[in-house]
Design a protein around this ligand. Structure first.
Ligand code: DAK
Length: 266
């Protein structure tokens, strides 16, 4: 598939022979700092679903430019809209939620601005690796609106109420170091190392057995939806289910025989 506002390629990130490829998506609307319009979100959804359906892909990366992961939803598009436009049209909800359907891990590699919808998009990914130049924020309040794609819900879950309120109410930006301390990002690296560090994380995932990778993602996500006992039960059942995979036999046999596993992703 070819895209206009992003690039998408299945990249080999690991030299291990059985490792899967990484679906690498780079947002590419540089003049607008990757502001997210309808066409870009359509393309992003299509690229995500294509990689999710591709048996040769084990994980997906979303990244932007050095200056901006994404500076938010496109303000020029939103500016003239009326209540009836956004309510009746269910404004930009349609193509903003595709990412929730993706079952393979999605890593956000964030350099520069991740603001408004850009911060929300990063938070919809499974984890965020940040360059030390990254700046996160929910500045919608400056525009007379509030976050509309999960900023008031996912941000407090990630960083707690105090910082979420601070960001949403004052519009200040949080730098990468603060974001890491607060738990929003999993690691911070210098800007020149961001893509290599992300590729290495993706390579580790792509080498593991895809069914167990998908099960781990599903279980961690349940932690946000279920009471503890139900979540534990779900995890237990998924754990049991993986004993039906060939890769469980392979992984454990490889450990016992002091060799590298050759997972078949089945
Ligand atoms: N939209 C459109 N254009 C943008 C943009 C944006 N969000 N951010 C930047 N640009 C454009 C600028 O207008 C400028 O264009 P030209 O003037 O060159 O034509 C170009 O990108 C470069 O920007 P600056 O000249 O401003 O660059 P600076 O380095 O001086 O400043 C900045 C960078 C990121 C601090 C600044 O551009 C900025 O404050 N941008 C706006 C950030 C922001 O307010 N973001 C939140 C937008 S509201 C929903 C889903 C999502 C959303 C809502 C609902 N549903 C599912 C219901 C999301 C809402 C939002 O994100």
């Amino acid at each position: 598939m070819s895209y206009e506002l992003l690039t998408a390629e299945a990249r080999r990130v690991s030299a291990a022979p059985e490792a899967l490829a990484c679906g690498w998506i780079t947002l590419n609307r540089p003049k607008q700092l990757n502001a997210l319009n309808d066409a870009l979100m359509d393309e992003l959804g299509a690229a995500l679903l294509a990689f999710d359906a591709d048996d040769g892909v084990g994980c997906i990366v979303i990244t932007g430019s050095e200056k901006a992961f994404a500076a938010g939803a496109d303000i020029a598009v939103m500016a003239p809209k009326t209540f009836m436009d956004v309510y009746k049209g269910d404004f930009i909800t349609r193509n903003w939620e595709t990412i929730k359907r993706v079952r393979k891990p999605v890593i956000a590699a964030v350099s520069g601005y991740a603001l408004g919808g850009g911060c929300e998009l990063a938070m919809m990914c499974d984890f965020i690796i940040a360059a030390d130049s990254a700046k996160f924020g929910q500045p919608e309040i400056k525009l007379g609106i509030i976050p509309g794609a999960g900023g008031t819900q996912r941000l407090p879950r990630a960083v707690g109420k105090a910082k979420a309120m601070d960001l949403a109410l004052t519009a200040r930006m949080m730098d990468a170091a603060e974001a890491e301390r607060a738990g929003l990002v999993s690691r911070v690296v210098t800007a020149d190392k961001l893509l290599d560090e992300t590729a290495a994380a993706a390579a580790a995932i792509c080498e593991f057995s895809l069914p167990s990778v998908m099960a781990a993602k599903e279980c961690v996500n349940r932690a946000y939806e279920l009471p503890l006992n139900e979540g534990l039960l779900f995890e237990r059942r998924m754990f049991h289910a993986l004993f039906a995979s060939a890769d469980q036999k392979e992984g454990m046999d490889a450990f016992l025989n002091k060799r590298k596993p050759a997972f078949k992703h089945s």
